[in-house]
Design a binder for this molecule. Sequence first.
Ligand code: SF4
Length: 345
Amino acid sequence: MTVKLLEAADAIALVPEGGSVALKPNLVIAGTPESGSTTHPGVLSGCIEYFRAHGVKDISVIEGSWVGDETMRAMRRAGYDKVCEKYQVPFYDLKKDRTRPVKTAIGNIDICQRALDAGLLVNLPVLKGHCQTVMTCALKNLKGCLPDKEKRRFHALGLQKPIAALGAALKPRLTVVDSICGDLDFEEGGNPVQTNRMYLGTDAVQLDAYGLTLMGLRPSEVPYVGLAEQYGGGSTTLSESDIIELNHPSEAAKYPKPRGTVASLIKNVTEDQACSACFASLVRALYSSQYGKGVDISIGQGFKGKEFEGLGIGNCCRGASRCVKGCPPTAEAIVNTLQDMAWGQ
Ligand code: SF4
């Protein structure tokens, strides 16, 4: 499917003469593609075969997992080690890369050099749900091009504006969306929704605007897409000729919609600038435990230095009358605390 898309788009024309190609998948956590969390390794293989067949010699895979996970563990879990070995393509952990400050609409952002210096940065996101930003696809996938300290700062800045500013700064010229079986509720996967679908475009903002329509979301539910347009990252105007796709559903209504599982789990959660890994631990705990129902929970960097009644998640909430410590804490620790509370301990 990937080779077909790249051929239909004549993607080789986007690579500068003698330039390199850096493939940027979604390896947010150590999860399998079948779980709906990470980009399928076949998408990488397809890209490598296509660009190599067209004479590109310098091809690499670049990614940095979220703050709570090790990139190399995630790359093995998704099967990328076998792909890289088969094609003799290097994989670079962006958590270890050098960075350069790039001027953006919200001030300087430190971005990893391998993403900035690629002849062609090929963005390979998964279309899926996200427990904080509702949807993640082309623009949000670029957060993996940041060092961990910038990822944390993005959360402190409220995510929406920084994601939009990063998209406008990096402006990848090619994005291939893996919508084969993304989890439409949760970025960590677990409930994949099979659509066997892929699409490609040259405007990450437009592809995200298209993703919103596929997931049945309103633009106001995912503000960073419109903001990215304001910052010069692309256009939200949809034109069929701009997006090349495979396996278009014959009727839009047939495309599965998010089930709202995460939204119902976090009804009693007050979030203020929580890191993704922290928030995901909480969602995982609430998903697997019956004891979280009705408990008022606070989470996020915005609670640092504050004293308050109730359950706080993570070291930022040390001032809570009860706190699950860790940065981020594990889901298991949260489940244990919820159980202790339910049993009056
Ligand atoms: S405790 Fe959680 S929200 Fe606070 S810095 Fe650590 S991971 Fe982020």
